[in-house]
Design a protein around this ligand. Structure first.
Ligand code: ADP
Length: 153
């Protein structure tokens, strides 16, 4: 059976930290679906279409990576695409506390789906979409913190 992982997130925008997690996970899985959340209650800086296009542009050479949008429960979307794994990245103990609760709730909802965590590489652990958005709002250059496909024109 093919090992399919869902990497869910808002990716507002996709950073070098996200790229690192996907690249390292691509040695573990046959297919990785990057699931871009379309959450009506969550205000994003960039539109769903923009966020998805930037991710697609960042992985043009890698045929095991797919980009899809979803709304609703992550476990439901994982089931829909036949993913047995949910992939998440961990930077800090704060991430861990938050991710632990979500992963355990997901297990209670569907015990067949396993959450797999990959620790951030040390050089990427301070990078977050939140800080990138703050830098953008204040007119700074974020080129080295975002994925290669992210272009602001
Ligand atoms: P969400 O809105 O679901 O938190 P994000 O787009 O912020 O989505 O992050 C998606 C996933 O990527 C999360 O598991 C987050 O912890 C992880 N992540 C974000 N930045 C990094 C980074 N620099 N290194 C490793 N993992 C990261």
């Amino acid at each position: 059976m093919k090992r399919i992982a869902l990497f869910p997130g808002s990716f507002d925008p996709f950073t070098v930290g996200h790229v690192d997690i996907v690249k390292r996970a691509s040695n573990l899985f046959d297919k990785i679906v990057i699931g871009v959340g379309n959450n009506a209650n969550k205000q994003t800086m960039f539109t769903l279409e923009q966020r998805m296009q930037w991710i697609k542009n960042s992985f043009t050479q890698n045929e095991i990576i797919e980009v899809q949008s979803y709304d609703g429960l992550t476990v439901e979307f994982a089931k829909k695409i036949n993913a047995q794994y949910i992939l998440r990245g961990l930077r800090t103990s704060t991430d861990f506390q938050f991710e632990k609760a979500i992963a355990q709730m997901n297990t209670l909802m569907d015990a067949k789906i396993e959450t797999v965590f990959i620790l951030s590489s040390p050089e990427f652990s301070p990078v977050s979409s939140t800080i990138v958005r703050d830098i953008i709002r204040n007119g700074g250059d974020v080129t080295r913190f975002v994925a290669s496909g992210v272009k602001f024109y």
